[in-house]
Design a protein around this ligand. Structure first.
Ligand SMILES: *[C@@H]1O[C@H](CO)[C@@H](O)[C@H](O)[C@H]1NC(C)=O
Length: 414
């Protein structure tokens, strides 16, 4: 290469590097601005508005959206409540029966009150709440911090927060999912606390689920105003959607705590879009992430496989552990990941996750998962339902199939 050519090339390379670095800098400034804004908001909201005593452990139950979308009616809701009891799921903790979008008429009544949709909820929501309560369950409902809900078939609560919170309390509502569609362009940190105050004034403890989709880092400002906050956009019933949402939610692990949880959206287990192993991964990650366990399938028609997954008592116990600490990624090597989180009683929840196309060996080292170096550890395999005979020192290794996981509780015994 001649000298002139070479110096031209050096110049070009330098120029490209400058362009790339300045664009990287701009991106960093941009995202740090969003983070700074979220921090400012959390200062404003430092005083806890929400002292309802709810969500000491992540909520469990069912929500209508993932399976039924807008095709809901009081018969489906009642039959679901019945099925939660007859299947034994309610005894395992699944006690919220949550109605999502599309339950109300488009027009409010003369006094500005929300009106249950006459064609689908002819008996009204109060009667439904009474029915659900008679089964020992709780009723959840849905509204939106905007003028219309996302389906645009019913009004949102923006400007009607006190009236709607009072109506929900009168009806006997126990849980509100508060969505983020069709608003006035103001920030969620302006609109959401208004509903929090209204719920607190309503005279009934109502779980407040912020469904802001993670747009403005709600994990940084959600705790004073919500019992849970969505950290991501909507889940779809497929592997890539589920696993990408799990990743996004993991970033905020430090912010989960009793009374306020990161919410990576409702479960798709049983809806048919993933393999059994993939659904086991889905349920395992949601459990160790201390996510709300809100079933999203048709409870009236679950098959044995679905039931085996969602009724795994030991996995549910991780989710409901009083310690309330969300698990995190401890080691990532390509498609191989180790997730872990502390549990009560000096135990550790350990997930070995194979996201790749081939069966692989995965090792978890005590060093990575915060177990003291010399500990001898007993391992319980929660999907095999057995305590392994071998005791482990320094690490645990297992072979994991493609798009599958192993979930253990590790207990130091010496
Ligand atoms: C998974 O769901 C997302 C979101 O709906 C969709 O864009 C994507 O195409 C789906 N992927 C597969 C493999 O079906």
């Amino acid at each position: 290469m001649r000298r002139r050519e070479r110096s031209e090339m050096v110049k070009m390379t330098l120029l490209m590097m400058v362009v790339m670095m300045s664009s990287m800098l701009m991106t960093m400034v941009d995202s740090s601005r969003t983070v700074q804004r979220a921090r400012d908001d959390s200062e404003i909201l430092r005083r806890h508005l929400l002292a309802n005593g709810l969500g000491v452990t992540p909520p469990m139950g069912w929500n209508s959206w993932n399976h039924f979308n807008c095709n809901i009616n009081e018969k489906v809701i009642k039959e679901t409540a019945d099925a939660l009891v007859t299947t034994g799921l309610s005894k395992l903790g699944y006690n919220y029966v949550n109605i999502d979008d599309c339950w109300a008429e488009l027009a409010r009544d003369k006094k500005g009150k929300l009106v249950p949709k006459k064609s689908t909820f002819p008996s009204g929501i109060k009667a439904l709440a009474d029915y659900v309560h008679s089964k020992g369950l709780k009723l959840g409902i849905y509204s939106d911090a905007g003028y219309l809900t996302c389906s645009k078939t019913m009004p949102g609560s923006l400007g009607y927060e006190e009236k709607d919170a009072k109506t929900f309390a009168e009806w006997g509502i126990d849980y509100l999912k508060y969505d983020n569609c069709n608003h006035d362009g103001s920030r969620p940190t302006v609109r959401y606390p208004v509903m929090t105050r209204a719920l607190m004034k309503s005279g009934r403890p109502i779980f407040h689920s912020l469904c802001e989709w993670g747009d403005m880092h709600p994990a940084l400002w959600g705790a004073p105003i919500g019992n849970s906050w969505r950290t991501t956009n909507d889940i779809s019933d497929n592997w890539s959607s589920m696993i990408s949402i799990a990743d996004m939610n993991e970033i905020y692990a430090e912010h989960a705590r009793p009374g306020g949880w990161n919410d990576p959206d409702m479960l798709e287990v049983g809806n048919g879009g993933m393999t059994k192993d993939e659904y086991i991964v889905h349920f395992s990650i949601w459990a160790i992430s201390k996510a709300p366990l809100l079933l999203g399938c048709d409870i009236r028609n679950m098959n044995k496989e679905t039931m085996e997954i969602v009724a795994n008592k030991e996995v549910i116990a991780i989710n409901q552990d009083p310690h309330g600490v969300q698990a995190k990624k401890a080691r990532m090597e390509g498609d191989i990941q180790v997730w872990a989180g502390p549990l009560s009683g000096y135990r550790v929840a350990l997930l070995l996750l194979n996201r790749g196309p081939k069966r692989s060996d995965i090792a978890a080292f005590w060093d990575d998962i915060e177990i003291p170096a010399n500990s001898i550890v007993e391992a319980r395999d929660l999907w095999e339902h057995k305590t392994l005979k071998q005791k482990f020192v320094g690490k645990l290794t297992a072979t994991v199939d493609s798009h599958a996981c192993k979930l253990y509780i590790l207990k130091p015994v010496a």
